[in-house]
Ligand binder design. Structure first.
Ligand code: FES
Length: 343
């Protein structure tokens, strides 16, 4: 099962102390930082706003595919990740949906209160840890603001003529964003407000494993845990999820220190049990962008040139872990006594 992080307000990552660029400059996948202007702001439901972002000069934006997200580098110091939920064929604007998180640490509140039309905001990405794979049929399952990455997937499924259905749960009907956009799809969409109908019936939706269906699910941890139980008999790569929080990890495979060679400089650093690969690499001068520092946002993705990583992220699926050519050094470690990284 491939997992990826999206925060409770629709973003990935944490209410960190700010954009964590590390090292002497921006580097690594998706490291580009840019400035965007808020072109439009719309209330999508109780507690959710959508922002349409564009470059101040109207220039073309990088292409993206369903499942992608961007970083918003906020003036209050927080970096937040949000799924792109607009039209991927619109080359000049990005759209994100943001839930105001009452118990949050200021990121979503800032987006809601300060990012009004005309305001500027930093941009990183886009990146994609939740890519859509070809399939004749899709089952989409959304909980609350987890609907955002699924909207472009639904458009894509329609575009290629795939069969699909959406099970969309939320606290109340009025809290569920984008219902108007989804209404055009008729019976393919099942909207299930919890206060009217209770929880989503995942056993009914996933009870019989299907060899021609890929399930994509995004929502809060209890929903994804229930989905994992309901899909226990499915092939793992046919159930792909996007999580709000990091998956709990057991102890590291290696209790002793290990060496990490930073291939770009030839420097070797020692990573102790109390240290992270990311921190050790940065102390040696490596420039690596990071955000969540809990293995959920994908910002710090690093190519592994040699050695076997102890993957401790919540992003990679089993097949990707077996390939072993990428890791997230904010949390992942080494199985053996040495790793060589493209840093
Ligand atoms: S900083 Fe988010 S995965 Fe490493």
């Amino acid at each position: 099962m491939r997992t990826d992080e999206v925060g409770r307000d629709g973003r990935r990552g944490t209410d960190g102390a700010g954009p964590d660029l590390g090292g002497p400059g921006l580097g690594g996948p998706g490291a580009a930082a840019d400035v965007m202007t808020v072109r439009d702001r719309t209330v999508a439901s109780d507690g959710v706003v959508t922002l349409t972002l564009a470059r101040p000069d109207g220039a073309r934006l990088p292409d993206w595919a369903p499942g992608a997200h961007i970083d918003l580098l906020l003036a209050n110091g927080a970096t937040r990740q949000y799924s792109l939920c607009g039209d991927r064929w619109d080359a000049h604007t990005y759209r994100v949906g943001v839930l105001r998180e009452p118990g949050g640490r200021g990121g979503s509140a800032y987006v809601h209160d300060a990012l009004t039309p005309g305001e500027l905001v930093g941009l990183g990405g886009p990146r994609n840890n939740f890519a859509m794979v070809p399939s004749p049929r899709y089952l989409f399952v959304a909980g609350g603001i987890g609907i955002t990455p699924l909207l472009p997937m639904i458009r894509q499924a329609e575009l290629v003529g795939a069969d699909w259905s959406l099970l969309y749960g939320g606290r109340t009907r009025t809290s569920m964003a984008f219902r108007d956009e989804l209404a055009r799809y008729g019976d393919r969409v099942r909207v299930v407000p919890q206060d009217e109908e209770g929880l989503l019936d995942l056993d009914a939706a996933l009870g019989a494993p299907s060899s021609d269906t890929v399930a994509y699910c995004c929502g809060p941890a209890p929903l994804l845990d229930a989905l994992a139980r309901a899909s226990a008999d499915w092939e793992p790569d046919r159930v792909r999820t996007e999580r709000f929080t990091a998956v709990e990890q057991g102890p590291p495979q290696r209790a002793q220190p290990f060496q990490v060679e930073l291939a770009r400089t030839g420097t070797t650093v020692t990573v102790t049990p109390a240290d992270t690969v990311l921190a050790a690499a940065r102390r040696a001068g490596a420039s690596t962008l990071s955000s969540c520092r809990q293995g959920t946002c994908g910002t710090c993705e690093t190519t592994v040139l040699d050695g076997v990583p102890d993957h401790r992220d919540s992003i990679l699926g089993d097949a990707e872990r077996t390939e072993g050519d990428a890791m997230f050094p904010c949390v992942s470690r080494s199985v053996g006594d040495r790793l060589v990284l493209d840093l």
